[in-house]
Ligand binder design. Structure first.
Ligand SMILES: NC(=O)c1ccc[n+]([C@@H]2O[C@H](COP(=O)([O-])OP(=O)(O)OC[C@H]3O[C@@H](n4cnc5c(N)ncnc54)[C@H](OP(=O)(O)O)[C@@H]3O)[C@@H](O)[C@H]2O)c1
Length: 336
C-alpha cells in the first residue's frame, strides 16, 4: 500500500488506516464477537493498513484492550493512534484535561495496548475548565518521557465542539475556533496531526483546516470518511438503527434525509463502475486526493470491508472523476 508521512514527523503509515471505534462504540456491536473484531484488525494489517485509530473511551477501554491483543503479536507492523481527555460517566461524557489525569490516562493506555510507546497521542476534546496549554504541556512531557512519539488534536463535529466548549461555526468558518486553539498549543509543543471529519458529504474542513495543516506540515486524519457508512451505498432509507447506534439520532439518517441524499451515492457509484470499484472505495480515494498529508481512517467491524477499504489506496481517480464528485449536491440534514 502507498505510504504517507504523519505531518512533519518521520513517522510513516499506510495511506488508509483502520478506525477501530465501530467495534465498541457509537455503532451497534450486536452479533459481533471479540474474535470477529480481532480478525478485522489482523485483516487490515495484512492489507497494509498500519494506522489503527482507537481511544481509551471506546468501550470504554475494551477497544484499546482489543488492539493490545493484536499489538502483542504485531507491534512492529502497526502505528498506534489513541486518544485521551474524555471520560464516560453514568449519564454524560465529560472532558478531563488536568495534567495529572492525562499522565495517568497515558500509563493506563500503554498497559491496555501492551506496548511501551504510543505513536500518536491525541487530545480527544479540550477541557473547558483547564487552560489548553496546561493539558498540552502535560502531553508534551509524555513525549519527553519516551511514552509517546507525536501529539495530535481532535477537532470533531460542530455538536461535539458546542458541548465541549470551543465555539462551533458552520460552513467556511466552522474550524476557525479550532485553528485559534491549534495556534495556541503550537507555541507549547508541535501538533503533528489533526483529526477531523472529512468526506464527500462533509467537506467543511477543506475550506480552512486542511490548507492550514498543509501549510504547517501537520497531518490530517480524516474521520468518518465514509459518512458513517452512508457513502458506501449499503444502507437503505428507512432501515432503522439500534438505539445505541449514533445514526439513530443523526439528522442525516432519518428515512427522508437518507432518501434525499441518494444522488450522492448514485454519483459515487457512477465513478466506481468506471473503475470496477465500490462506492466506498471511491469515497476514500476522493479523501486521499485532498492532499498528501491526509490519511483516512474508515471504521469497520468487518474484515471484508477493512480489506476492501484498504484497496482504495490503489484507486487513482482522474481529474474528471474528482470534478464529478466535487459537483455532487451537498448533503441534506445537519446538527445545527
Ligand atoms: N476523534 C473523534 O472524536 C472521532 C469521532 C468519530 C470517528 N473517529 C474515528 O474515525 C473513524 C471512522 O469514523 P466512523 O467509523 O464513525 O465512520 P465511517 O468510517 O465513515 O463509517 C463507518 C461505518 O461504515 C461501515 N463501513 C465501513 N466500510 C464499509 C464498506 N467498505 N462498505 C460498507 N460499509 C462500510 C461500517 O460498518 P460496520 O461497522 O458494520 O463494519 C460503519 O458502520 C472511527 O472508527 C474513529 O477511529 C474519531
Amino acid at each position: 500500500m502507498e505510504r504517507r508521512t504523519i505531518g512533519a514527523t518521520a513517522l510513516e503509515v499506510g495511506a488508509i488506516g483502520l478506525g477501530c471505534m465501530p467495534m465498541h462504540w457509537a455503532y451497534s456491536a450486536s452479533q459481533q464477537s471479540g474474535e470477529t473484531a480481532l480478525r478485522t484488525v489482523h485483516a487490515a494489517l495484512d492489507a497494509g493498513a498500519t494506522l489503527l485509530d482507537t481511544a481509551d473511551m471506546y468501550g470504554p477501554f475494551t477497544n484499546e484492550l482489543l488492539v493490545g491483543r493484536v499489538l502483542r503479536e504485531r507491534r512492529s507492523e502497526a502505528f498506534i493512534s489513541t486518544k485521551c481527555g474524555l471520560l464516560v460517566g453514568e449519564q454524560h461524557i465529560v472532558a478531563n484535561g488536568r495534567p495529572g489525569y492525562v499522565k495517568r490516562a497515558c500509563d493506563a493506555s500503554l498497559r491496555r495496548l501492551q506496548t511501551d510507546v504510543i505513536d500518536l497521542y491525541q487530545l480527544h476534546r479540550p477541557d473547558p475548565e483547564v487552560p489548553v496549554e496546561e493539558t498540552w504541556g502535560a502531553m508534551a512531557e509524555l513525549v519527553s518521557a519516551g511514552k509517546v512519539r507525536a501529539l495530535g488534536w481532535c477537532a470533531i463535529g460542530a455538536r461535539a465542539r458546542r458541548r465541549y466548549g470551543a465555539a462551533a461555526g458552520t460552513g467556511a468558518g466552522m474550524y476557525d475556533a479550532t485553528i485559534r486553539q491549534l495556534e495556541r498549543v503550537q507555541q507549547v509543543f508541535p501538533v503533528s496531526c489533526v483529526q477531523a471529519e472529512l468526506s464527500v458529504w462533509s467537506r467543511e474542513a477543506l475550506d480552512r483546516l486542511v490548507p492550514w495543516c498543509a501549510s504547517r506540515g501537520v497531518g490530517l486524519l480524516a474521520a468518518m470518511p465514509l459518512g458513517n457508512g452512508f457513502l458506501s451505498g449499503t444502507l437503505t432509507p428507512g432501515q432503522g438503527f439500534e438505539p445505541e447506534d449514533v445514526r439513530a439520532r443523526h439528522p442525516r439518517f432519518t428515512a427522508d434525509m437518507m432518501a434525499a441524499n441518494q444522488p450522492i451515492v448514485a454519483g459515487l457509484r457512477r465513478v466506481a463502475d468506471r473503475h470496477g470499484a465500490t462506492a466506498a472505495q471511491v469515497a476514500l480515494a476522493w479523501v486521499l486526493a485532498q492532499g498528501r498529508h491526509v490519511v483516512p481512517v474508515p471504521g469497520t467491524k468487518k474484515a471484508r470491508w477493512a480489506v476492501q477499504n484498504a484497496g482504495a489506496a490503489g484507486l487513482r481517480l482522474t481529474a474528471q472523476d474528482l470534478a464529478e464528485i466535487t459537483a455532487l449536491p451537498g448533503a441534506m440534514g445537519s446538527w445545527d
